[in-house]
Ligand binder design. Sequence first.
Ligand SMILES: Cc1cc2nc3c(=O)[nH]c(=O)nc-3n(C[C@H](O)[C@H](O)[C@H](O)COP(=O)(O)OP(=O)(O)OC[C@H]3O[C@@H](n4cnc5c(N)ncnc54)[C@H](O)[C@@H]3O)c2cc1C
Length: 303
Amino acid sequence: MVSTLLVRASESERLARFATNNRVARLISRPFIAGSTVAEGIAAARDLVAAGRTVSLDLVGEHVTSETEADRATDGYEATIAAMAEAELRSGVSIKPSQLGTELDVDRARARLTRLAEEAGAADLHVTLDMEDSSTTETTVKLVEALHGDGHTHVGCALQTALHRTPDDVERLNELGASVRLCKGAYAESARIAHQHRGAVDDAFQRCATALLERGTYPRFATHDHQIIGHVRREARRLGRTTDGYEFQMLYGVRTDVQQRLVEIGEHLCIYVPFGEAWYAYFMRRLAERPTNVLFFLRALTG
Ligand SMILES: Cc1cc2nc3c(=O)[nH]c(=O)nc-3n(C[C@H](O)[C@H](O)[C@H](O)COP(=O)(O)OP(=O)(O)OC[C@H]3O[C@@H](n4cnc5c(N)ncnc54)[C@H](O)[C@@H]3O)c2cc1C
């Protein structure tokens, strides 16, 4: 219930404006957001790489409402990719399709993504399309198919095990040879579209993880759930996948103890590093995953 309210609040423009202009709110978001500028994102990435992780940089933003905004986001990603190349960070970037304007004009968004895929490819960076709410799933999977058709095989996307359709999407992307980031899903969805109970989402994660380890291209398991992490590691061993054939992914600032442990036992770990001005929606989704933080945040906002 609280989680659903928070996910809804993440979509409020009025609250976004209020929080973004609130100094205390910015401060509180800091453990989850690496900073506002490309330089700050790169600095955080360098520290993580020095500590044995790889990174996927996310210039936060979504649901742009004009082509100008979509162009600005694309320019921001270009600058990010150039800075990663200069810093010799051979990891990846995470991009929200709606940030490139898929809700305005899919063809123009695809052209922007192609431009970024070319530059990322030249810099030896993987591109993951984040998965947004279920109204965007088909468009996102089709974008990956289109980019692969053009030879950009370093482009993949996230899939959410909350959705009933995901086992089919896993097979679709396995056949294509696209790298999938598997996650539980951070959006509130109806029962028609998605599992409503955590147990069902977790079971689906385990089944999809096995399918990816059996037939997928370098699967990326995005979770902080130690039971699922254990399942993935056992299945990888059973299926003969070495640790070079898949990775775990976690969010910047979340479960850093588990992050450290995974690196110590020799697993590949990629940290999703969000940075930029438009941090509000991202941050609210993180609160929704951990409602105990909410009172602290609200008290700080109003106090
Ligand atoms: C790298 C990465 C990329 C992602 N990309 C997407 C995407 O493209 N689309 C999408 O819908 N979702 C995405 N997510 C979010 C994901 O769908 C889940 O909402 C989120 O990861 C929580 O699920 P969990 O697997 O960690 O399991 P949970 O059962 O939710 O959490 C397991 C444990 O991790 C800890 N934990 C989890 N989240 C938090 C938090 N925010 N703050 C503090 N502790 C926490 C808690 O201790 C919790 O008990 C991504 C997650 C990761 C890690």
